[in-house]
Design a protein around this ligand. Structure first.
Ligand SMILES: [Cu+2]
Length: 242
């Protein structure tokens, strides 16, 4: 019983310290926090897989029948040993689950807390195209048929928050590169933010089936240096006012 109590206390301590550590971790953006969570999940799966695999192989060899009529015998366990066998592994797994859940919460917090100074872009989902509107009222979009328009253009080094709604049905803004995704609904404003750290061209695709041309509802997302972005925005504004 003492062994069992010690084990429970031990796993409780480990559990609280790992949760505290996960709470402390402050992540820069959704990509970083998501990648960290994913690599932790993979790491845990590998460790568990290796432990269980090694034990299974060890016992397979150790308890292999020596002859066809070998029946073997099992050691008799005390009550404390029996409970320990059942509860210690269960507590270790629970500790790991709580740890991963705590990490998941930190990812969610990063995902939901828009950093100060983020640039705001309004996004409107339509069957079947995206419209982007910048703080000064300038708009941008992308025509899939003519491959015309710039889509969503953002400056490198500034977090971007998208305030989103839909004009018709439910769409979903899927930004795989930046590990964010959020639905757009008529009559509601939802948001996501991402952090374009370097020059890159990626795509936004609609990830909520929204009708026959759903698969053509995509647009480029271009992260370009701030001076180029300023130039682009000014040019867009002039084009619109012409
Ligand atoms: Cu859609």
């Amino acid at each position: 019983m003492k062994v069992l109590l010690a084990a429970l206390t031990g796993s409780g301590l480990i559990l609280s310290s790992v949760i505290a550590r996960a709470e402390e971790a402050a992540y820069a953006d959704p990509v970083e926090s998501w990648e960290q969570l994913w690599s932790t999940v993979l790491f845990d799966l590998w460790i568990m897989g290796i432990i269980f695999g090694a034990l299974a192989v060890h016992w397979l060899i150790k308890y292999k029948a020596k002859s066809p009529d070998d029946v073997g015998d099992s050691p008799s366990l005390s009550r404390a040993q029996m409970w320990s066998w059942a509860l210690i592994p269960a507590f270790i797994f629970m500790a790991d689950d709580f740890y991963l859940a705590a990490k998941g919460w930190t990812v969610w917090n990063t995902y939901r807390n828009v950093p100060e100074g983020a640039m705001e872009v309004k996004v409107t989902g339509n069957m079947w195209y995206w419209e982007f509107e910048y703080e000064d009222g300038t708009t941008s979009s992308y025509d899939v048929d003519g491959k015309e328009g710039d889509g969503l253009v953002v400056p490198v080094g500034t977090p971007v928050v998208l305030r989103m709604t839909s004009n018709d049905v439910i769409h979903s803004f899927g930004l795989t590169k930046y590990r964010v995704k959020e639905d757009l609904m008529p009559g509601r404003i939802t948001y996501i933010w991402f952090n374009p750290k370097e020059e890159a061209e990626s795509w936004v695709t609609c990830v909520e089936f929204c009708g026959v041309l759903h698969s053509r509802m995509y647009a480029p997302v271009k992260a370009i240096p701030q001076p180029k972005f300023d130039e682009w925005l000014q040019k867009r504004a002039e084009e619109e006012n012409a």
